[in-house]
Every structure is written in C-alpha cells, then in structure tokens.
Design a binder for this molecule. Sequence first.
Ligand code: PMP
Length: 404
Amino acid sequence: TWDSVPLAPPDSIFKLTAAYKEDTFPQKINLGVGAYRDDDNKPWVLPVVKKVTDMLLHDPALEHEYLPITGLPEFTAAAARLMFGADSPALAEGRVTSVQTISGTGANHLGALFLSKFYGWYEGKEVYLSDPTWVNHFAIFRNVGVEPRTYPYYDANTIGLAFSAFIETLQTAPPRSVFLLHACAHNPTGVDPTREQWSQIADVILAKGHYTFFDCAYQGFASGDLEGDAWAVREFVRRNVPMLVCQSFAKNAGLYGERVGALHVVAPSASAATRVKTQLSVLQRSEISNPPAHGARLMALILNNPELFEEWKRDIRTMAGRIIAMRQELHGLLTDKYKTPGNWDHIVNQIGMFSFTGIRAEQSQALTEKAHIYLTTNGRISMAGLNSHNIEYFAESLDKVVRG
Ligand code: PMP
C-alpha cells in the first residue's frame, strides 16, 4: 500500500544531535541544541518549576478532567497579561482573544490555520517570512495552504539586519500582506531591529495595511527582562497594528516537553474578539479537542502568584545571565586572547539562544570534522551549548578554522 511513499529526510537538528552522541571524543561540543543547558551542560529544571510541580502533586483537589477547548482560563488570561502588560488597554477593552495551544509550534499552526480560513486575502494566500527564519515556519504555513515567501532580514556582510531591504519589501508587497515577525531574539540569527527600527517597520505596516504575525518564543529568555522583550509586541498593539501573537513557555520556563503556549489575536473590537474566539474554538476542537492540562496548571500557578512570579523572574535572569556572560567571554577570547581576524562584536550585540557567527559553511564543517564541534552549516551556534568548561576549546577551535 505504501510503496509510493518516498523516504523523508531526517530533521537536520536531530541528525546533528545523533552524530554528536555517537562521537567519543572527550572534548566534543554540541552547539546545535535549541534548549538551555547549565554550566555543566545539563538540562536545567527551574527551581520555581520544581516548586509548583510539588504543589500540584500534593494538591488534594487535583483531577484529570478535560480542560475547556480554548484552555485553562487562569492560564490564558495570565499569559495575555504577561505578553501585553497587565495595564494594557487592549486587554481592558476585551479586544484580545487568547487560546491555549500546543506550545509555540501549536500557536503558529493555529494562527496560520485561522488566517488561512478567515483572513481577507487580497490576492493569493501568502505569508512573508524573514530570510532566514526558524525552518519549521515554512512547513507550518504550507500545511494549511499558505505559500511562504521571504523578506530580506539578515545581511551577511554586516552580520546584522538588512534593514533597508526589509523596509523595501514591506513597501512593495501587495497591500494587506501577512508578515511574520520574530518578537525578540530572532531565530536563527540573534539579530533584532532596534526600537527606532521597529517603529519604522510599524509605520510601513500601517501605511500598507499589512497584518503582523508575531512569533514570540523567547520572552524573558532573550534579555532576562520579560517586559523589555515584549516591547515590540506592545508597541504594535499601542499603535493599533492588526496582529496576532504566538507565545511559548518552552524556553523561558524550561517547559519544553509540556507543550504550553498560547495564541493571542488582537482584534479591533470586543465583539470581533468574541467572534474570532468562537472560530478558534471550532478549529481547536477538530485538531486536539482540548489542550494539555499539566503545563498550563504549572504556569497558571507561577503567573498568578506574586511570590512565585518573582522566583520565576530570578530563574529567567539566571538563564539569560549565563548566556550573556558566555557571549562576553567568547567575544573577549576571540578579540583579546586569540586576536582572531575579523570583527566579533556581533557576538555580544546579538541576543537570545542563538548567535550567527558569520563563518562559512566549509568553516562550520571543519569545526565538526577537525574539532568535534557540532553546529548547523549556516554557522549558527547555540550559546547555551557553551560553558566555562568548553568555551576556551571552542574559541581556540574557531580561531583555527577562521585562520584556515
Ligand atoms: N518559534 C520560534 C522562532 C522558535 O525558535 C521555536 C522553538 N525552537 C518555536 C517557535 C516553537 O517552539 P515550541 O513549540 O517548543 O514552543
């Protein structure tokens, strides 16, 4: 029956991890992984997550009933306040509709599916993705019949933002186009627009009547500051840019496997928000019936209790702080110790889990083949894979491949 099914290629990141695991070299490093690791290269369970897990376990009222189709209300409401700010006028006016999703991936999927069905498409169904972007975006949109196009984002010459080319695409795209923007800590480049640039992006989006599809997978994780990392989203809401936001708690709460996230659609009126919610509910019903309870319960406890919320913020600062420290140390090693040719300021200017080193594909390959350092061939490194024990070896190896 399945003779005509072709073999699909393995996921490149998972392939990288498998190769790393097989490698017996003692100093091997995995810089492909998209999850936080502590200074001993171990997964880190946030102390606040340990605490609320314990609270849940000992809660005599805990049952295992279905959640509502749109999710745990205490979770979705608190998640919306976290994203838009507790004092957000859009929230007070009832213009935001929030649905619990299967982490950020599920939020992207539900948002894409909703747009595919209900967006007032001007021409064909198309979405503009940054070049490059999280590769999964392509498949997520294609799966729901929305054809991905790309807009210029990363400039390999400056290892920074291709701002004018980006703005030009915003200007020349057909009116009412959908643009997917990474709210903070752009994956894979670590390059974000400045606030001034965000404002200019909003100007063009408003002038052209475009729709903003925000993907926010790293709030707090990027800079250690939950509010600062939500700045672009909040600024766009303040300026009434039509938009939705995909929110993930995988990175900032270390809840990768719990699949806890939300989709927030900001509507022009409370009645529009209500209508949108009913349709999201219908879509969700046919896809997953009800979202999973455990992770949402954990996050609801953290987000709704001021003390636990403070503890969470401290844990977030621990993760972001370690990553920022690794950026500074790597930058110092390359510029001061090894005097590696080239400018390495982008290492400290980029933010979030990833850094685009700017090295070429053959240099990435040489790092893997000669130094047992695993990274994607685009030169992206996960800063979380670096620690006080391996950073010297990494800097030394990078210096060698750059010198050729
Ligand atoms: N969007 C972006 C840009 C991401 O980097 C990720 C995680 N790699 C996600 C969404 C979704 O992650 P998750 O489904 O684990 O929340």
